[in-house]
Design a protein around this ligand. Structure first.
Ligand code: NDP
Ligand code: 8X3
Length: 255
């Protein structure tokens, strides 16, 4: 392998946006470290993309801090020379009102979207800093981190965390050459809603029906753009929605 092949470490590469990023970055010549919980999907990706670019797959649950340590410390050369961390793994669980939500679901979202993301980031920062100029952290936030909606409760709050964490990280990394971007998509057609609706395919299909939602490949295109900008350019936040998704005015509740 050519020494200059840039390596992208992607969490949640087994589906949706993460999987589309794996394909898009491979097409652009990036080497890949692909992680997620579903091993068979990781293996399928390795088989599909491994002929084109160097691919290392590592089954990983980001809520397991020790497992992250093991994956990061066990990265073989040259996969330890990370140029991009794409913190993509995330879940929304449930869309009912807060007062009816399961506390278990809330904790799972916090453990994945917040604690998982910060753990992976903390453990990979030394490698990104070692690479220096031109390295990038892309955190997948969401429009839900800015715009509240009924049923958004902990999910939206977790994405607000991702946004502010990204900005604060950027402050601390000043002078290291490492860039940080909060890439915040709107409605994207993936397994996201199927997971949110606990496997209810009818509800997931209904949610996207009659829309031209973003496709995961649309978001992957933005991620590649951010990662391949000249080294002195840092996009702080990039929000991207499908044309069909609009704001609503404040709702007035009358007596
Ligand atoms: P998908 O459900 O299709 O993909 C989610 C990915 O996250 C899967 O690869 C899944 O892999 C991984 N994942 C979930 N939990 C864990 C965990 N504990 N450890 C490791 N990996 C995990 O959804 P999307 O592709 O749409 O979502 C990707 C990101 O984009 C999320 O952060 C989501 O919040 C965000 N987003 C999505 C939007 C949308 O409308 N779809 C809009 C805005 C943001 P596995 O199950 O194999 O572990
Ligand atoms: C997912 C976007 O609007 O479905 O982050 O919550 S939304």
């Amino acid at each position: 392998m050519h020494e200059a092949t840039p390596i992208a470490f992607i969490t949640g590469a087994t589906s949706g946006i993460g999987q589309a990023c794996a394909h898009r970055f491979a097409a652009a010549g990036w080497g890949l470290v692909l992680t997620g919980r579903r091993e068979s999907r990781l293996e399928a990706l390795r088989q599909t993309l491994g002929d084109t670019v160097p691919v290392h797959v590592a089954p990983l649950d980001v809520t397991d801090h020790r497992a992250i340590e093991k994956v990061v410390s066990g990265l073989p050369s040259p996969f330890d020379n990370i140029r991009l961390l794409l913190n993509n793994a995330g879940v929304a669980l449930g869309k009912g009102p807060a007062q009816e939500a399961s506390l278990e679901d809330w904790h799972a979202m916090i453990d994945t979207n917040i604690k998982g993301l910060v753990s992976v980031t903390r453990l990979l920062l030394p490698r990104l800093i070692a690479h220096g100029e031109g390295s990038t952290v892309i955190n997948i936030g969401s429009i839900a981190g800015h715009t509240p909606y009924p049923g958004g409760h902990v999910y939206g709050a977790s994405k607000a965390f991702v946004e502010q964490f990204s900005y604060n990280l950027r402050c601390d990394l000043s002078g290291t050459g490492v860039r940080v971007t909060d890439l915040a998509p709107g409605m994207t057609e993936s397994e996201f809603t199927l997971v949110r609706m606990k496997g209810d395919q009818d509800k997931a299909t209904d949610y996207y029906s009659g829309t031209r939602a973003l496709q995961p490949s649309d978001v992957a295109e933005q991620a590649l753009h951010v990662a391949e900008l000249p080294a002195h350019v840092n996009i702080t936040r990039l929000e991207v929605t499908p044309l069909c998704q609009q704001w609503s005015p404040f709702t007035i509740v009358r007596d």
